[in-house]
Design a protein. Structure first.
Lengths: 192, 192
DNA sequence: AGAGTATTTGACCTTGAGGTACAAAATTCA
DNA sequence: TGAATTTTGTACCTCAAGGTCAAATACTCT
């Protein structure tokens, strides 16, 4: 009972994640957040408590979505190198298509955040681990399928692909050189 | 002539770079900047014009220093893989030894920055290119020395090492797992 | 010493961040 | 219909960011 909510909290968290991704945590004001959700600032605080609490919820939702997307790509029935290439190319192309180069909320937050923000650091740590785990499992499977040499360390490969992916998403913030980025992807795929 | 400066502008820019590295651009206030330089806020504005101008100078100095450090390591007369390992390990260890995981000003700025900040984006772009170039040249030399297969693309390898390096410095913000980070370094070195 | 020049400082200004308070509005239940 | 409950939105609060300014200070040159 009581007055019905004007907005869908789920959608709001999703929209907030996008706002944080585009403008960053520090540069997103409660007012702009409220505006982007189409509600008053008071309602926002009533519903979410604080900017930081809303941010944590947004970040969590974002990591969930991202992980699902990653799994979707890695679950495709194609050669492992094709899937990894698709993954890296997808991120790079997405970033290049955005003139503001906003990039990935997880990467952005990992850098912008203070180490003292423990809940956020934990969320990010879990997200990075989950990503690595998906890659790790895919590489193990690929080894069993004979696509990757059995003497390679699948976990280390997962870490290498992950760190290259993150590095690419940072590099793309200051360059639009598709050849250069593409050759990095080539090298990453070749390293598997 | 005129009243002599109370501080050394060179040292001040260096100190400012460190403050920006530790706290980030947005989170560094003119007041704290002035405090860290041991001067009044007015003096700071008189000497540097604005927070942003000081930031650009700081960033430029930082990139110069960083590039010199990189060259120093890559100029050592040791096997290429040892040098690359030393490079990556050095950054990771430095970051791990800092409880606040402040990391690298260039990486941090590339992420925190708005794409609309053209002078900063240019500086960062040049810095990333210069870094890649040093690695590129080192790999070419290593190929001539027979340390790296001649059929590898040295520029792509440079890009891969660079992006892994950046990725590692982001990952280390949320993890302290030396084994995991170490195995990523192993994989990166093995990929050369 | 005095003129001229450069630097220093704290006081002051405007703007907006992050958040609170409260009365009005919209619903359900009896 | 009225009571209870919940959400809404504006007005308001405090604090600090980023920056400006004028007066005081410290130097050089003549």
């Amino acid at each position: 009972m009581g007055r019905p909510k004007k907005f869908d909290p789920e959608k709001a968290v999703e929209q907030a994640a996008e706002t944080f991704r585009v403008h960053g945590y520090a540069e997103t004001s409660p007012q702009s957040l409220a505006d982007s959700l189409g509600i008053g600032k008071g309602s926002l605080y009533h519903a979410f408590g604080s900017k930081h609490e809303l941010f944590l919820k947004s970040l969590e939702r974002y990591t969930d979505t991202q992980l699902a997307d990653l799994k979707a790509v890695m679950d495709e029935g194609r050669p492992i190198r094709e899937r990894v290439r698709e993954l890296l190319t997808g991120f790079v192309e997405a970033d290049l298509n955005d003139p503001d180069r906003c990039g990935c909320l997880v990467v952005n937050t990992a850098v912008e955040l203070r180490a003292s923000d423990e809940p956020a650091v934990k969320l990010l740590g879990r997200s990075f681990e989950a990503t690595e785990s998906v890659l790790h499992l895919a590489f193990i499977a690929a080894q069993h399928a004979g696509e990757i040499d059995a003497d390679r360390d699948p976990k280390a490969l997962a870490g290498l692909v992950q760190s290259s992916m993150i590095g690419l998403r940072v590099l793309v913030k200051t360059t639009s050189d598709r050849d250069r980025l593409g050759s990095i992807i080539d090298a990453a795929v070749a390293a598997i």
